[in-house]
Design a protein around this ligand. Structure first.
Ligand SMILES: [Zn+2]
Length: 210
């Protein structure tokens, strides 16, 4: 008879996360209370696993999340924690993360330094294969472009800089990016800023071709 070596044995998730669940008991109990009566119910151990997967992440805490940090937690933090604690991570963990964000947002617990919830969902849709309601795509093509590795705030700040530069130069704000990516730009033509008093004030494209 072959005896499984003790150090190869799997540990039940509920046993492995018990100390984390206790550490974050108040928050997890609040999440379960929030979810009561909703369509989707989450195992409290799965919420505990999210807290465990955050660990000592530099960007995230259980209540402070960035888009890139979310990507790191679901791709590495949770799987690494489970490997280290010799337990299996449940398939539904990505849904649990989706619901965790909704819980934090709905109850005012999301740290204001977090990225917007819509941005936090993107890695779950891209890497996690969820649709825009947090349900599995079941093999259907993903519905978002990958932004898992793009820091939300710096990216939007840089894009805002490009728009300001375009305002001065008349260039299409995306042309510098198109050049950097080796794509053709949209010229001939130029972007013009409308009259600020116009109710539809913004950039409009004026083609200079025939
Ligand atoms: Zn992605």
């Amino acid at each position: 008879m072959t005896k499984t070596p003790r150090n190869n044995r799997l540990i039940e998730l509920s046993t492995a996360v018990a100390p984390v669940r206790e550490q974050h008991r108040e928050l997890i109990d609040a999440a379960i209370a929030w979810q009561s009566g909703r369509d989707r119910q989450t195992d409290p151990d799965h919420y505990a696993l999210i807290c465990a997967g955050v660990g000592h992440d530099a960007e995230n805490t259980p209540t402070r999340w960035t888009r890139t940090g979310t990507n790191g937690v679901v791709r590495c933090g949770i799987p690494n924690w489970c490997s280290l604690h010799r337990c299996l991570w449940p398939e539904e963990i990505l849904h649990a993360v989706w619901d965790w964000f909704d819980f934090l947002h709905d109850t005012g617990r999301m740290d204001p330094d977090s990225d917007p919830v819509a941005e936090l969902r993107k890695p779950l849709a891209c890497y996690g294969g969820l649709d825009q309601d947090g349900h599995p795509l079941d093999g259907a093509p993903r519905q978002v472009e990958c932004e898992c590795f793009l820091p939300y705030r710096e990216t939007t700040a840089l894009l805002a800089d490009l728009v300001r530069q375009a305002e001065r130069s008349g260039e299409d704000p995306l042309d510098p990016l198109r050049r950097a990516a080796g794509r053709s730009t949209r010229s001939p033509g130029r972007w013009e800023w409308d009259d600020p008093d116009d109710p539809e004030y913004g950039l409009s494209w004026t083609a200079s071709g025939p």
